[in-house]
Design a protein around this ligand. Structure first.
Ligand SMILES: Cc1cc2nc3c(=O)[nH]c(=O)nc-3n(C[C@H](O)[C@H](O)[C@H](O)COP(=O)(O)O)c2cc1C
Length: 165
């Protein structure tokens, strides 16, 4: 999909690896937000944004710097999908919170957020990435459930192909 871009921020490489798979499957462009790829945003109709959660419910560091810049871009009419890497056993009260931080920054910008995921297949206590019982995007847990990543990703990518078509 030449109208689709994947933007990711990754501290230890987990989000980066998933971002590369998504970009490959969607035939999309891909950029690390550490490079502040703000000039790319107007070129794409569909954006897939990926972040890990660090600190205790914080955005990944490169996203922390980039999100205030991204928020100023024009989003009207675009479709945005989110994915988040987290650790539900180590951080059960802030599982994939960073995905919720990006969601909140973009939800009133005139774009449509697509790719929500049911939460019942995940074990955690709380998450800032929930709205109406659904995750705002795809949570992945490489620390505890890496065996489920491929299946979760495959289903989500199929959903995105429909949403973006
Ligand atoms: C210091 C530290 C804090 C973390 N805090 C959270 C957290 O609050 N919530 C969560 O879901 N995961 C948390 N994690 C887990 C990471 O998000 C997870 O390991 C992720 O796969 C890292 O992805 P990355 O390599 O792309 O940065 C934390 C990890 C570290 C090392």
């Amino acid at each position: 999909m030449k109208n689709t871009v994947v933007l990711y921020g990754s501290t230890t490489g987990n989000t980066e690896a998933v971002a590369k798979t998504i970009a490959h499957e969607l035939d999309a462009a891909i950029f690390d937000v550490a490079a502040r790829p703000i000039s790319e945003i107007p070129k794409y109709q569909n954006l897939v944004l990926g972040t890990s959660t660090m600190g205790l419910g914080d955005l990944q560091d490169d996203w922390d710097a980039f999100l205030p810049v991204l928020e100023k871009a024009e989003f009207t009419g675009k479709k945005v999908a989110l994915f988040g890497l987290g650790d539900a056993e180590g951080y059960p009260d802030s599982f994939v919170d960073a995905m919720g931080i990006i969601f909140n920054a973009l939800k009133n910008k005139g774009c449509t957020i697509v790719g929500q995921v049911a939460s019942d297949a995940y074990e955690f206590d709380d998450s800032a990435a929930l709205t109406d019982g659904l995750f705002v995007g795809l949570p992945l847990d490489e620390d505890n459930e890496s065996d489920l990543t491929e299946k979760r990703l495959k289903a989500w990518i199929e959903l995105l192909k429909q949403e973006f078509s």
